[in-house]
Design a protein around this ligand. Structure first.
Ligand code: IMP
Ligand code: MG
Length: 175
């Protein structure tokens, strides 16, 4: 593995991060009160965020998982996505919340919404742990944002650096 242990620095500590995730869960609970909410985790980066978030949602929740990759190289989205693992269940008529780790150019999500939109969900909203607004190339409406961060490469809490560091329980920046 590419060891960068001595180059990483905490950007958002675990306590601050999880406090904000709890708030997001409470907000989502209010917005979907009395409804059934279908959470769709975008693998792999969204997994830690979604599990933590779901613990703070009080309405009935079901979960599904999807894995997509953008064509072209990992660091730069091409805008077209390839489905590596599709959802297990149909989403027709359901209230769907897509749960992402981070929005960068916005291309992945914009394309994903198109793909899922044709499956006729009752509603579809977006939730992201982190947002890098300075990097946006495509306009996507994000309904729930944990933190807006500057244009820096971050890792931890699901986010990887060459597939490692996803298990770090805080958001770190690579210096
Ligand atoms: P977008 O299509 O450019 O919005 O791509 C977003 C995806 O790029 C995220 O789901 C991450 O997988 C990846 N990504 C973007 N920025 C970072 C980062 O700072 N660290 C780790 N992964 C990132
Ligand atoms: Mg991702």
């Amino acid at each position: 593995m590419n060891n960068i242990d001595d180059k990483i620095k905490i950007m958002i500590g675990q306590e601050e991060l999880e406090k904000r995730i709890a708030e997001m869960g409470e907000e989502i609970s209010r917005d979907y009160a009395g409804k059934e909410l279908h959470l769709i985790c975008i693998l792999k980066g969204g997994v830690m965020f979604m599990t933590e978030l779901s613990k703070h949602i009080t309405c009935h929740v079901s979960m599904d998982f999807m894995s997509v990759s953008s064509y072209g190289n990992e660091r730069k989205s091409s805008g077209r996505i390839r489905i590596l693992k599709d959802l297990d269940e149909p989403i027709e008529g359901r209230d769907v919340l897509i749960v992402e780790d981070i929005i960068d150019s916005g291309k992945t999500l914009a394309h994903l919404i198109e793909v899922l939109g044709v499956r006729k969900p009752n509603s579809i909203k977006l939730c992201t742990m982190l947002d890098k607004p300075d990097r946006r190339e495509v306009d996507v409406k994000v309904d729930y944002v944990g933190f807006q961060i500057p244009d820096k490469f971050v890792l931890g809490y699901g986010l990887d650096y060459d597939q490692f560091y996803r298990n770090i329980p805080y958001i770190a920046v690579v210096e």
